[in-house]
Every structure is written in structure tokens, then in C-alpha cells.
Design a protein around this ligand. Structure first.
Ligand code: ATP
Ligand code: MG
Length: 351
């Protein structure tokens, strides 16, 4: 198949891990007979330096016209003045809003070979295979904000339609997995959570083959540590999702390992590793590219519907995590390029 993929390397380690991810997509194209056209644009601090804007209009235009967007990371100390008029993160928010990607997907698995890096013990980590679906465009992050002399407010607002569309995504995704959805809210206290719970339960009626369970966010924070193996798809609102997915990331052993996908109504999805720009290791060639490489598997799966190719990339990464080489965050000495080359070799073996 033919596909147009926009790359937004961004800041810090973003360009390093994105280059590795592009190499993997190029190898997939070669091995499986596809034609991927890459188009690189600026975002974040790099875009501010070059154009004054965190997401130049041309970049957003190109993203909207593409099949998928592969993002590195944005931000860094150079642009972190809180009083600055333009900040790198604004580019990311504008991109999400411009693409209308309302569901953020974060798969979590713990590779057996890396279990020692996790704060949890082996037996707890067995069978951990969770897909978080975080609502990305509503709630307190986007509600009206006010600040008085001695108070501040953040309005948390959700409409039924906003809850319904992300809940539907979660149930659809559960159908392709173990058919279990855990919906997380704070319905004993928050009105938005009562709307959330009622709407999710309503959507569940259309999916009689999927089991729905409700959890309060405080108990979910605990359950993720005490029995992470018992969850399949976990769907929740923006703020709760932000917190729970960072907690979950810690279980995997390193931030550098985990991918994410943001999808919406349109065909274009946004794919990025969950880690930030990692300024402390930027430019040294030591960043772990696995989170970015696994993001290409999500891209192949969710935007291009190339499931076999997605599985091949995941299997190649599994092989490298098992047999090495390992980057420094995983206790090894390998650089970004070493890990990339090992994944490329494992991919070639499987093609
Ligand atoms: P942001 O504010 O952009 O989300 P953050 O505060 O979450 O950033 P990161 O940039 O993700 O921080 O980095 C946190 C720590 O994890 C740093 O010490 C960084 O070096 C490390 N880290 C992040 N990504 C990687 C990676 N791909 N490989 C190795 N280490 C990483
Ligand atoms: Mg962060």
C-alpha cells in the first residue's frame, strides 16, 4: 500500500528516536512491499527557533493531509520560561486539537526479561497486558480557567457525546482483545464522573459480548499496583488518565519503552513515545528508541490497518529486549543506533 507519513522530530532526543523509528518503517516498506512517503516538519522548540511558532501552519496542514503523524518529543530547558508567550507544548496541544484526536491509547506490557527493572515482583507482573484509553480533548485541562487574588478555578466539563465516542472506542478495542472494559471515574464525588459512568454503561448495552466494570480512581491507583494482571482495556477521562498512565509506565521498567497512539474521527492518527525530550541525555546517541519504534507498530495497526506488519515490529522488539543489545536505561551500554540496528536485523529475519 501507499501511505504518506509526516514526521515531527521536535526537540531533545526526539530527532534521535524518530530517526530510528523511520528506519524501521522504511524496512517494513521494503520487506512487505509498501510505499511510505515521509515528509518532515517542525514542531515545538525547534519550530519556535526557526519560525517563532510552536506549530507552523504548513506543518499542521501537512499533518492533516497525511495518513499518520510520527512525533518525537517537544520541550526543553531552553524554552521553559513559564512567562514566555510561546511554549513548545502549545504546538502539541494545537496538533491534537487540529487532528481531532480524542482518544489516547497506551498499551502496557512488561517484558519478562525486564521484570527486574520493575518496582513490582515477578509474580505480580505475570500476565500484565493493559490497554489504557485516555480521553484527550476534554475535562479540566480544557475547561475555563480563572484566577482571582486568592483563588483559582479549573472547570471540568464533559458532554455525553464526548464520553460516548471515547467509550465506544474502548469497547471496540476490547472486542479485539480479552473483551473486558474497566471504566475509571470518581462518581461518588464528581458530577462529571456520574455523567461518565451513566454514559459508559449506556454504551456497554451495545456490546453485550464485552464485560464492563467500574472502578473509582483512588482504588484503581492501588489496584494497578496490587493486581495489574487483571485488567484488559481501561478507559478514563483526561486528568485521571494522565496520572494512571504515568503510574502504569513505571511498572514497565523504563519510560523509554512505551509507545502511544492518539486517534479520533478522522483517518490521521498521531503516534509518539510516551517519554519527553529527555534533555539530560539529548544529543548523546544513547536514548532508547524502543518507545518510538513501538509507536510505529501502533501506526501500522491503527492508521494503516497493517496488523501483520505491526506484529512483526513488536516481535522484533521483543527479540531485542530478550537478547540485547540494551540501552543504558535498561542497564546496558548500547546506543540508539545499536538498538535500532538490532531491531532491523530481527525484522529482516522475520520477513
Ligand atoms: P516531559 O516534561 O517532556 O514529559 P519528563 O519530565 O516526563 O518530560 P522525560 O524527558 O520523559 O521527562 O525524561 C525523564 C527521565 O527519563 C530522564 O532522566 C530521561 O533521561 C529518561 N528518559 C526519557 N526518555 C528516555 C529514553 N528514550 N531513553 C532513555 N532514557 C529516557
Ligand atoms: Mg512527562
Amino acid at each position: 500500500m501507499k501511505a504518506r507519513i509526516v514526521t515531527l522530530p521536535g526537540d531533545g532526543v526526539g530527532p534521535e528516536v524518530t530517526a530510528a523509528a523511520v528506519a524501521v518503517l522504511e524496512a517494513v516498506a521494503t520487506h512487505y512491499g509498501h510505499e511510505f512517503a515521509f515528509d518532515e516538519h517542525l514542531i515545538g522548540g525547534a519550530a519556535i527557533d526557526a519560525t517563532g511558532e510552536p506549530l507552523p501552519a504548513g506543518a499542521l496542514q501537512a499533518c492533516k493531509a497525511s495518513d499518520a503523524v510520527l512525533l518525537g518529543a517537544v520541550g526543553g530547558p531552553k524554552w521553559s520560561d513559564p512567562n514566555a508567550k510561546v511554549r513548545p507544548e502549545q504546538g502539541l496541544l494545537a496538533l491534537r486539537a487540529g487532528l481531532g484526536v480524542y482518544a489516547n491509547l497506551r498499551p502496557l506490557t512488561v517484558h519478562p526479561a525486564l521484570a527486574t527493572l520493575s518496582p513490582l515482583k515477578d509474580e505480580k507482573l505475570k500476565d500484565v497486558d493493559v490497554l489504557f484509553v485516555r480521553e484527550l480533548t476534554g475535562g479540566a485541562y480544557f475547561g475555563a480557567k480563572t484566577r482571582g487574588a486568592d483563588y483559582a478555578t479549573d472547570e471540568c466539563r464533559y458532554t455525553e457525546a464526548e464520553v460516548e465516542r471515547v467509550a465506544r472506542r474502548a469497547f471496540e478495542l476490547a472486542r479485539a482483545r480479552r473483551r473486558h472494559v474497566t471504566s475509571v471515574d470518581k462518581a461518588n464525588v464528581l458530577e462529571t464522573s456520574r455523567l461518565w459512568r451513566r454514559t459508559v454503561a449506556h454504551v456497554a448495552a451495545d456490546y453485550p459480548d464485552v464485560t464492563l466494570e467500574h472502578q473509582l480512581v483512588d482504588s484503581m491507583a492501588m489496584l494497578l499496583l496490587t493486581r495489574p494482571g487483571s485488567y484488559d482495556v481501561v478507559v478514563t477521562e483526561n486528568l485521571f488518565g494522565d496520572i494512571l498512565t504515568d503510574e502504569a509506565a513505571a511498572l514497565a521498567g523504563s519510560l523509554g519503552l512505551l509507545p502511544s497512539a492518539s486517534i479520533g474521527e478522522g483517518r490521521t492518527g498521531l503516534y509518539e513515545p510516551i517519554h519527553g525530550s529527555a534533555p539530560d541525555i539529548a544529543g548523546k546517541g544513547v536514548a532508547n528508541p524502543v518507545g518510538a519504534i513501538l509507536s510505529t507498530a501502533l501506526l501500522l495497526r491503527h492508521s494503516l490497518q497493517l496488523e501483520a506488519e505491526a506484529l512483526a515490529v513488536e516481535a522484533a522488539v521483543d527479540h531485542v529486549l530478550q537478547h540485547g543489545p540494551r540501552s543504558r536505561d535498561l542497564g546496558g551500554h548500547a546506543g540508539t543506533a545499536d538498538v535500532r540496528d538490532a531491531v532491523l536485523a530481527a525484522l529482516a529475519d522475520r520477513a
